[in-house]
Design a protein around this ligand. Structure first.
Ligand code: F6R
Length: 615
């Protein structure tokens, strides 16, 4: 959460302003957009410009003013104090000679602030970050790196920081514990960011800081100066940035969310590519060195947050029914919040995450590690914390997801779960019958089926738009489509701000049905080839009997459902286990079109951020 950007180089004037707003900060805005700010060297002083709201508001606040370099900049997802100008970063020391941008949470900030106030420091914000600026300012005595190290030695919590000094106007100091920082190596210019996509248009080489490392970023230095927290020099490892420039652009689409929904035929094909052999078996290279641990597992825990948690719920069913293993999906924050979780002998865990940096999921993994439960990963972003702290895993290969609402990462996670559940079945020596073959060939056909649904998106748009006046929705599904109903409701509420609840189809009559009335639509997931189809129709009738409008997502050619409900979105028939991959697509599009019609910013919905790195 929160985006950090920084620059040292020769650019000036409008070029430098555009670099700051449109590129370096604009590209990390998906990480938080409550307020933004920049600090830069301005002659003999540090100048700070900040604004509440999005990065473009900061552009407005800068106006025609000349900014200088080096600069450090920030786009914020508020944790401590409201999203106003005073709480925006950079935060500065009392004398304004040190400016800090920060991603993470300082746990002991209150105690530090009290101690600083007793020493006559005057605070101007409600942020935890401001204590860092004051502390570094207090320690500053001839060596900026040393001042940062000394300040950080007092700090508990997580941070990725960039610090600018009035008295050392040719450098930026960066440090990391738990929140990523990378340094981009350009041609005669250097960049700093919480995510290399910030500067990817200018260089494909960067250095990634590890936890508890501090670096001085300065032009003309033979090599970056990086030390660990104990002052031991660290050898600098320059890495290639895997991301292409195309991946971070919107292309022909006007929103990232629209682009990412439409990319799913390709992202799913990428997920599956090379993982199904010609003789109809699953091959997962990332797991091959861990076959014993996988074979020995007697119980599976899946843990994740938000959309990734709903994918885990699908995984719970797949592991049980396909791999024949008892399994349980646990919301990461709830797992981490349990006092004494108990799991059977030979438990094996899977952590799922698009970003790979979600703090709730990392906390759950910590508990699992303490219990000596081996944890494998299903991640999309490559090389991030969750992938690095798991024993092994399977990458989703969905490509960069920038829209804050997760879409293509969900379908790729579910596709990976299909593969892993079949892989475990193979490993455990369960019968590899005709059902398994149909499962695999059906899975290979999914990308084209998804393409057919996306091709009829105008029909879905036409059905969705009249429902934009509704203020509440239910999404109902049963069995493997129950988590998909939850995901559909989450998509709608996060991008349109319309209240929506995902619920179990049959569970509806145990209370929620009380709310049904003619202005309260329900979206039902009712595949014709579900063995509970007849029960589902009864549940639909119960809603209709109370005057509730119903939109069905149903199997092509199902006339019975068409007669019963107000609107139907038809999707091709697929086997039960593959239904989540198909039924979620109309729900993503439904949420997208409602939100667009309501004039929402679907890529950056209010109060949200793409990477949730606070607990
Ligand atoms: C919803 C959404 C969030 C994330 C959740 C976990 O559209 O994007 O609910 O799914 O914050 O994030 P990851 O998957 O990055 O761990």
């Amino acid at each position: 959460m929160c985006g950090i950007a920084g620059y040292i180089g020769p650019r000036t004037g409008k070029d430098l302003r555009d670099l700051l707003i449109d590129e370096l900060l604009g590209r990390v805005e998906y990480r938080g957009y409550d307020s933004a700010g920049v600090a830069f060297v301005d002659g003999a002083n540090l100048s700070v410009v900040r604004a509440a709201g999005k990065v473009k508001e900061l552009g407005g606040a800068i106006g025609d003013r000349e900014i200088g370099t080096p600069f450090i900049a920030h786009t914020r997802w508020a944790t401590h104090g409201p999203a106003n100008e005073a709480n925006a970063h950079p935060q500065t020391s009392c004398r304004g000679h040190v400016a800090v941008v920060h991603n993470g949470v300082i746990d002991n900030w209150k105690a530090l602030r009290k101690a600083l106030e007793r020493r006559n420091h005057v605070f101007r914000s409600e942020t935890d970050t401001e204590v860092l600026a004051h502390l570094i300012g207090e320690y500053l005595n001839g060596d900026p790196l040393e001042a940062v190290r000394s300040a950080l030695s007092e700090v508990e919590g997580t941070f990725g920081i960039a610090v600018l000094f009035q008295d050392y106007p040719d450098l930026i100091v960066v440090a990391r514990r738990g929140s990523s920082i990378s340094i981009g190596l350009g041609d005669g210019e250097l960049f700093v960011a919480s995510d290399p996509r910030s500067f990817r248009s200018f260089t494909d080489r960067h250095v990634v800081l590890e936890d508890d490392q501090i670096a001085v970023v300065k032009l003309g230095q033979e090599e970056l100066l990086i030390q660990d927290i104990d002052q031991v020099p660290v050898s600098v490892k320059v890495e290639q940035i895997e991301l292409t420039v195309d991946e971070i652009e919107k292309g022909n689409h006007d929103t990232y969310m629209g682009k990412e929904i439409c990319q799913q035929p390709d992202s799913l094909a990428q997920t599956l590519g090379g993982r199904i052999t010609a003789d109809g078996r699953v091959k997962l290279g990332g797991l091959e060195d861990h076959l014993d641990a996988l074979r020995l597992a007697q119980y599976i825990i899946l843990t994740a947050a938000g959309t990734s948690f709903y994918a885990s719920m699908v995984g719970e069913i797949l592991f049980q029914e396909v791999s024949g293993l008892p399994a349980r999906a646990m919301n990461a924050s709830e797992l981490a919040g349990q006092k004494h979780p108990v799991f059977p002998e030979q438990t094996l865990a899977w952590a799922l995450s698009q970003s790979g940096v979600t703090t709730d999921t990392l906390c759950a993994m910590k508990i699992l590690a303490e219990m000596q439960i081996p944890t494998f990963g299903i991640c999309n972003a490559v090389g991030q914390d969750i992938a690095r702290t798991t024993q092994a895993g399977v990458y989703c290969r969905a490509g960069v997801e920038t829209g804050v609402a997760s879409t293509k990462a969900f379908t790729s996670q579910v596709a990976v779960l299909q593969l892993v559940s079949l892989y475990l079945r193979q490993l455990r020596g369960l019968p590899w019958d005709e059902g398994c073959q149909r499962h695999l060939s059906g899975l290979q056909a999914v990308p084209e089926i998804v393409r057919r649904i996306i091709d009829q998106r105008e029909v879905i748009q036409h059905i969705a738009e009249p429902y934009r006046f509704a203020t509440d929705f239910y999404f109902l599904g049963r069995g493997i489509l129950y988590p998909v109903a939850m995901e559909g409701a989450l998509k709608l509420k996060e991008v349109s701000y319309v209240h929506a609840e995902g619920y179990s189809m049959a569970g509806m009559k145990h209370g929620p049905i009380a709310l049904i009335e003619p202005r309260f639509p329900t979206i039902v997931l009712v595949p014709k080839n579900d063995e509970n189809y007849a029960h589902n129709l009864t549940n639909v009738q119960e809603i209709r009997a109370r005057g509730g409008p119903v939109i069905a997502i149903a199997t092509e050619g199902d006339e019975e459902i068409a007669d019963l409900v107000d609107d139907v979105i038809f999707v091709p028939k697929v086997m039960y286990y593959l239904m989540p991959l198909v039924y979620v697509i109309p729900l993503q599009l439904f949420a997208y079109y409602i939100a667009k019609k309501l004039g929402r910013n679907v890529d950056q919905p209010r109060h949200l951020a793409k990477a949730v790195t606070v607990g």
